[in-house]
Ligand binder design. Structure first.
Ligand code: SAM
Length: 279
């Protein structure tokens, strides 16, 4: 199977993840990401014998789906979050998923002693600052002709959520928690990748920003999304005030973007979609 170089223990190679994920909550509240992952998987056009690396694999459910599509191949999921990897290993144990494995690994420090046919990543890379480092690591573990297939938050992503969030962060009630907070997400544009991909040894097959409509079941569904994935913001607020903070941001958002007739709250998202081949 696809082993990273041996280390004394399974610990993150790079920096510790800035946010602490609740893997079970993410697993139960990531229908939107799952839907987009399936769209991305459909583009892989797998034969069934490929060896695939899933970067930022999270709770592992998509990685396991990829493994089911590769009965003669293998899938390795890596993620910087020890909580996510522990959850994935428990949910998809080797006895039931012999061609699937998970490792704690920072996307900026991808290292393996073997080669992959494909590096895949869904809804993860906008959490990472240095995409040049990701691409160099991906190129180093891909076979010549191997594919890089990625979808992540791109330029302009969730703009309306930031419009609701920013005035709330400036209120006296919260501002002490957000002083000098750097932007936790990195929403890049095709123009950035037009430079970075060739420099890392990739030929671009397709590269674009894709608008997507994310839908949440009413204000409560929107609040659950904030609670589970906007954790760089939520976790800055002391635990006893978090629900109040989530409710306040939700109220601001829903006031401007009320649920549709069927009760769905819509969020305009923008994905950066990348398909490239290692030359
Ligand atoms: C929204 S989840 C996506 C999980 C999964 N790919 C999916 O589509 O459901 C984002 C994941 O990116 C991971 N992540 C964030 N920064 C990372 C880094 N520097 N290296 C590897 N994974 C990272 C997080 O730990 C988290 O599991």
């Amino acid at each position: 199977m696809n082993r990273p170089p041996s280390k004394k223990k399974s610990a993150p190679i790079g920096l510790a993840p800035a946010a602490e994920w609740n893997a079970a909550a993410y697993a139960a509240n990531s229908v939107v990401q799952h839907t987009w992952a399936r769209e991305l998987m459909a583009r892989l056009d797998l034969r069934g014998d490929e060896h695939l690396l899933d970067v930022g694999c999270g709770d592992g459910k998509i990685t396991a789906e990829l493994a089911r599509a590769l009965p003669r191949g293998s899938v390795t999921g890596v993620d910087a979050s020890p909580q996510m990897i522990e959850f994935a290993r428990r949910a998809f144990p080797p006895a039931q998923f012999p061609r699937l494995e998970f490792h704690v690994m920072d996307a900026r420090k991808i290292k393996f002693t073997c080669w992959f046919d494909c590096v895949f990543s869904n809804a993860a890379l906008h959490w990472v600052d240095d995409h040049g480092a990701i691409l160099r690591g991906a190129a180093a573990v891909l076979k010549p002709g191997g594919r890089l297939v990625v979808s992540c938050g791109g330029k302009g992503n969730a703009h309306d959520v930031f419009l609701a969030l920013r005035p709330e962060l400036r209120l006296q009630r919260w501002r002490e928690f957000f002083r000098r907070m750097p932007m936790p997400y990195f929403f890049y544009a095709p123009g950035d990748y037009e430079k970075w991909l060739p420099a890392a040894g990739f030929k671009i097959s397709a590269l674009k920003l894709a608008p997507k409509d994310a839908t949440y079941a009413g204000a409560e569904g929107f609040a659950t999304w904030l609670r589970t994935t906007w954790i760089p913001y939520v976790q800055r607020v002391p635990e006893k005030l978090r629900e109040e903070f989530i409710a306040a941001v939700t109220q601001r958002y829903v006031a401007k973007h009320p649920p549709d007739a069927a009760g769905w709250v819509h969020v305009r998202m923008v994905r950066l979609e990348i398909d490239a081949v290692k030359v």
